[in-house]
Design a binder for this molecule. Sequence first.
Ligand code: FAD
Ligand code: NAP
Length: 532
Amino acid sequence: MSTNDVDVLVVGAGFAGLYSVHRAHNEGWSVVGIDAAPEVGGTWYWNRYPGARCDVESMDYSYSFDEELQSEWRWSERYATQPEILSYIQHVADRFDLRRHYQFETRVTQARFDETASRWVVRTDTGKEYRARFLFLATGSLSAPKIPDIAGFEDFEGEVYMTSSWPATDPDVSGKRVGVIGTGSSGIQCIPILAEQAEQLTVFQRSANFSVPAFNRPVDDDEWEQALADYPERRRLSWAGGAGSPHVSHPGDPLAMNDEERRQVLEEWWQRGGVLFGKTFANQLVDRKINDFARDYAVERIRAIVQDPTVADDLVPTDHPIGTKRICTDSGYFETFNRDNVELVNLRRDPIEMITPWGIQTAQGAHKLDVLVLATGFDAMTGALTRIDIEGPRGDRIADTWGNGPLTYLGMGIPGFPNMFSLSGAGSPSVLANMVLTGEQQVNWLVDLIHYCDEHGHTEVEARLDAAKAWGDHLDEVASATLFVDANSWYMGANIEGKTRGFMPYLGGFATYGALCDEARDQGYAGFVLGS
Ligand code: FAD
Ligand code: NAP
């Protein structure tokens, strides 16, 4: 078999792609990996904006599959920075010699299924063609950047940077007038740092977001030693948990507590920091009244920090229950608006009319800028796949199959596309859980599936349409019982004009999802058509 004709072709060199390549190689299969980036890292290669760091604790947001790797890598902070996470991923690539399988700076543009040979024929922008028995799309749920469609954008004469493809050499913004469009997690992480560097920072906010301080801190040697000793239990809890991390909600019923008791719990979970506050109470994302307890507390914290009450009003989110858009995790975000060199423009009241050669013209004012930063997010969950021209053996095209929302069986198989699997994406807990563990769980499951096919002489495995529809119905049923469907979030596809609305990740929980996958395996993969 030539290096261009392999058992497994993996698109992506992020957490999910690297682990796929590692496992495939260890199973004795020939494997090639492809990534558009010049290096491993995925998210952590591209998103190198100032302040970028994880919002799941690094002890958890790291591979669990190799105990030596786990104990030899020493995290320096509770929430590692982007450079440290990238170094970790590079270390993994070196340690398991994964780079040799990869073609970097290569974008997959097309995939066609050759039925006569049961092989995917994959084409790239470098003109190279590959053939593969199995195609793993580890292309990322948050990897297809969204460029906002704002009139005049091409005319801007200053510097433009996107948080999702920040230059390797940090641009020097000192002495410059900087504008940031976007106040999601990326904007909220970079704004405090840009404010310290720039002469003037203008934040263009369309929707206010909830953000909770990370309470980040260095991990000292004693804490690290203890953490290493606790690792087995920590991982056990993560694998058994709802979000792939060891943390749980408060066991009490907030409706049965008095104000003081409730406040104490909220205070405690606030101090835990970041996204953990979003799950203070078990039913917080289901019951509006319980959600309001957390919401009111968070609003109080914003108002306690922001000195100008009018600015505070603008920074208070009013359009979604807390946690139904990803809670942002910050280090000094709201404090930034107390600085003299920072201005907040509320685009709901004062919309952008156009971008001009000199800056941004809003309905009420002219904002002169030297630098424009776009923290405008992603065509999440589906964008990376639908940007590839994929066609199955019966003429199904992924852009059409997913035209009304992603259709998957267990978040991995897609009807019409045999031997092709999506990883850490739509239909799985992915973005609602610890994505490193989600990737491991799915890859392990797919490796078992390929072995099963080989052992039973099946050369093709394709998700059944009825199984995918049933999985989609289950996804909808679980999501519609929660408050998540009340938010115009990227989980719902609401951030992209014209995109079909529907809750895309699986909300049933990480461990439950794993159990359902195992059940499907134990039932002989009945949700797939297995053939030759
Ligand atoms: P990615 O890391 O996105 O990798 C996908 C790779 O596929 C990319 O390198 C891309 O170049 C490549 N690719 C895509 N399409 C093609 C193509 N057609 N041809 C070739 N290559 C292609 N999750 C958490 O759980 N905790 C966090 O703290 C956290 N922080 C985040 C911070 C930021 C700034 C962002 C954007 C996301 C964050 N996430 C976080 C989500 C994060 O995306 C995942 O945790 C994880 O890193 C995704 O890994 P992945 O392998 O699935 O995909
Ligand atoms: P995002 O959450 O989608 O935020 C994009 C922001 O851009 C929103 O404020 C959005 O406003 C704004 N925007 C988009 N188009 C606009 C336009 N035309 N005009 C004005 N504003 C516009 O994207 P993100 O911040 O990159 O985060 C995406 C996800 O990545 C997060 O939810 C999280 O899962 C992950 N992430 C995690 C971390 C971390 O803390 N570890 C950091 C970064 C990212 P609207 O809300 O009004 O659309």
